[in-house]
Design a protein around this ligand. Structure first.
Ligand code: PA5
Ligand code: NI
Length: 196
């Protein structure tokens, strides 16, 4: 992307799109192996098809301090068993870096935790912003039965992504559907830091 000032439009034709971006990342069900609660249903779904769970459109300059990476993530509606479609989630490699999200469309939750095991689950609804402080891992969950969840994000260019820590045991909390509504439950695979 240019080092001159520039403007990007949000286009509302058949869903929200950016008028310009550098990368389009597509994550399918197969890229979240081991992350969903019901592994049997996960494997059965995957044998039938490998649906797209979410897409990221990134506007990205150099990955250095002082730069800001921004863009939109679109999480499609759906579930694996009772568990809603969600992002892989990550810590920032440079742990002391924050991120801001602005919800453009849909309904969802941001599931967060710290290396010490503190946790938070906050709602994402249109026109709300969500601040993820430094040191908090973050995962986005689409809790709508039918609508895409579309969020704008911005984070430091040198933050990087650490996926491995979360891949090992998942997040402390999961968001599932109970009686037609989202509910937060414990992840039985999760271990406190002193037991890892
Ligand atoms: O940096 C972020 O937190 C977002 O841009 C995410 O990368 C995006 O929402 C996709 O999630 P993940 O990187 O966990 O696959
Ligand atoms: Ni991030």
């Amino acid at each position: 992307m240019s080092n001159r000032p520039f403007v990007i439009d949000f286009l509302h034709a058949g869903g929200i799109h950016l008028s310009q971006y550098d990368h389009h990342i597509v994550r399918k069900l197969s890229s979240l192996r081991g992350q969903f609660l019901d592994q049997e249903i996960y494997e059965a779904m995957l044998r039938a098809q490998d649906p797209i769970l979410y897409e990221v459109y990134e506007v990205k300059g150099a990955e250095v301090a002082g730069e800001l990476i921004h863009g939109i993530t679109i999480i499609h509606p759906g579930k694996v068993g009772t568990e809603y479609f969600m992002t892989k989630g990550h810590y920032h490699l440079l742990l002391d870096t924050a991120e801001v999200y602005y919800c453009l469309q849909g309904q969802g939750s941001m599931v967060m935790e710290t290396p010490e095991g503190d946790w938070a689950v906050e709602p994402l609804r249109p026109q709300s912003t969500l601040y993820v402080p430094p040191r908090w891992a973050h995962r986005t969950v689409n809790t709508s039965p039918s609508e895409d969840l579309v969020i704008f994000f911005v984070y430091p260019g040198n933050a990087g992504h650490d996926y491995g820590t979360i891949e090992k045991q998942g997040y402390r909390k999961l968001v599932v559907e109970r009686d037609g509504k989202p509910e937060i439950i414990d992840n039985l695979r999760w271990l406190p830091p002193e037991k890892r």
